[in-house]
Each structure stands twice: as C-alpha cells, then as structure tokens.
Design a protein around this ligand. Structure first.
Ligand code: AMP
Ligand code: ZN
Ligand code: FE
Ligand code: FE
Length: 282
C-alpha cells in the first residue's frame, strides 16, 4: 500500500533536516507522499515541493499553527493552503515575531539567573523565522550548560521553569477561518497530547475539517478512539510522524504513516470546498 506522512518539520522551524534531506529520508522510508508542517511558517514549502517533484513523490503544503483554546495551547495543521495568501502571510509573520520576542525574553530570564547563554548563539542555532524552545535547548547543550535537550527542558524550558515564557497565540477560531480563507483545510494536531477529548468536538463545532488520528504519541487504542470520533463527526482522518529530524532517540520519519487514500480524501474535500490546492500527485 502506498504510504504518506503528513506531519514533518525542517530547519525552517525546529526540525534539523533541510528540505532536501527531508525528501531523501522520505524516499529512503518508501513514502509516496509527504506534507511539510513547520510551526507557524510555510517558508519551506516551495523548496520541499521542488525536491519532492525531483524525487518523484507527492507533496502537499502545510503548516502547524500554534493556537489558543480555552486558555490552553493547541496545534492546528493547515493543509493545502495557498502559501502566498496575504492574510495567512500576515498572521504567520505576526506569530513569528512573537516567537522571536519570546526567545529574547527567555534568554533574558536565563541571564538574570546567571545561566551563561547568549542571544546571538541561540539565533545562530535557529537561523529561521520561527524559532522555538528546541533551538534554545540546543544552544544550552552547545554551551555546555546542559548535557541533553531533555535536561534543558526539564531544568529551564518547561512550563513554570526559570526560562519559560508564555506565548501569545492566535485564537483557534481565527486560525481555522484563516486556513479556510487561504483555501486550505484545518486539522486538529495530536489530540492525545491535549488530554481532553472534548476538544475534538468543540473544534468540530468551530469548523475544523479533520483530526490527526495517527501520531507517535497515540497508542493503538487512542488512534482507534479518534478515528471513531472522526467518523461520528464527519471529520477527515490524517496522521504523521511529527519528525523533527535528528533529535537523539526520539521517534523519526517512518514511525507513523497513513495510506495515501486518506490524503486523496483530504484533497477531494478541499476541491469540493473550491479550495485552490497545491497538491502534486506523483
Ligand atoms: P515552542 O514551540 O517554542 O513552545 O516549543 C515546542 C517544541 O518543543 C515542540 O515541537 C516539542 O516537540 C518540543 N519539546 C517540548 N518538550 C520537549 C522535551 N522535553 N524535549 C525535547 N523537545 C521538547
Ligand atoms: Zn516542533
Ligand atoms: Fe505539535
Ligand atoms: Fe509538529
């Protein structure tokens, strides 16, 4: 069966692969189709699309938008969006500025605590418009402050730790409307990480189109439960590895895949909505 991975990151956010490396890995794992879902950006989509075309595999555009719902952070995947949509570009730029300011604030807090970390070193590690805590963690490891990324999160970067700073986020309803305005479909990412299945129903009422049933953090019973909810609510089913590239022993590409038929259903739903989609079916 032809397989797809619809949740992948590159160094345009907090992944480590270049677009070319991402596609090479996808080919190595025998994937027929990939989506790029970098956090709060579509910057890598054109490059991954070109690499995928060269490699003879399918590609759909995507982004993983950080949103707020009921006071908590959720991730909404925007698939088949027009990467050049002006409203989407403005919203993502604003989210990126928030991420950059947050890194400045986090470094300032760490320095107040005499942690030897320099902002320029963090930005030298991130080199993208959508920096995140993993970049700060890598800089802390590179500076010898922490022995591992996990230690950096545990000691400094997790919620309520000394370096932690909350992040302003787009309301969930706004993100869903924006993804629709950009011709795409909105999918609730990794609902299992939210520890509240009621959110799936609530977001369905807000107009979400799908739910990411298959994810490394979902065991078989969680995947079945979300598939059942998707069926009941008329939502599309997606999934992917959430691969961030080389990151110690964390799950990487190939660990979670879905049949290409689910991607075809996604593209078909987008067409029915009249979305201009950027799918390429190799
Ligand atoms: P941010 O978007 O800046 O809030 O950072 C969130 C990212 O940090 C997500 O992509 C997670 O995969 C990653 N992350 C969260 N906790 C950990 C951890 N303990 N170790 C490594 N990465 C983590
Ligand atoms: Zn990430
Ligand atoms: Fe996520
Ligand atoms: Fe992700």
């Amino acid at each position: 069966m032809r397989r797809a991975d619809l949740h992948l990151h590159t160094l345009h956010s907090d992944g480590t692969y270049t677009p070319g490396e991402l596609v090479s890995e996808a080919v190595r794992h025998g994937l027929s189709m990939v989506a790029l879902t970098d956090h709060d950006t579509v910057a890598g989509c054109a490059e991954v699309a070109a690499e995928a075309e060269r490699a003879g595999i399918g590609f759909i555009t995507g982004t993983e938008v950080t949103v707020e719902w009921g006071g908590r952070e959720l991730h909404v995947l925007g698939y088949l969006v027009d990467a050049g949509h002006p409203g989407l570009a403005r919203a993502l730029e604003s989210a990126q500025a928030i991420r950059q300011d947050r890194i400045r604030e986090m470094v300032a807090r760490l320095k107040e605590r005499s942690v030897p970390i320099e902002l320029e070193n963090v930005f030298a590690v991130s080199q993208c418009r959508a920096p995140g805590r993993p970049h700060l963690a890598r800089a802390l490891v590179a500076a010898g402050v922490c022995g591992s990324l996990d230690e950096a999160f545990e000691r400094y970067l997790k919620k309520d730790r000394p370096g932690w700073v909350p992040k302003a986020k787009m309301p969930a309803a706004e993100a869903i409307d924006l993804i629709h305005a950009a011709g795409g479909l909105a999918v609730l990412a990794h609902p299992g990480l939210n520890h509240d299945d009621g959110i799936v129903r609530q977001l369905a009422a807000l107009g979400i189109d799908g739910v990411e049933c298959f994810h490394p953090k979902h065991g078989p019973s969680a995947s079945r439960r979300y598939q059942a909810m998707a069926g009941e609510l008329g939502l599309l089913v997606t999934g992917g590895s959430d691969c961030h590239g080389r990151r110690g022993n964390r799950p990487t590409m190939g660990t979670v895949t879905i049949p290409v038929s689910l991607v075809e259903a996604l593209v078909e739903r987008c067409r029915q909505r009249g979305g201009r989609n950027a799918a390429n079916h190799a």
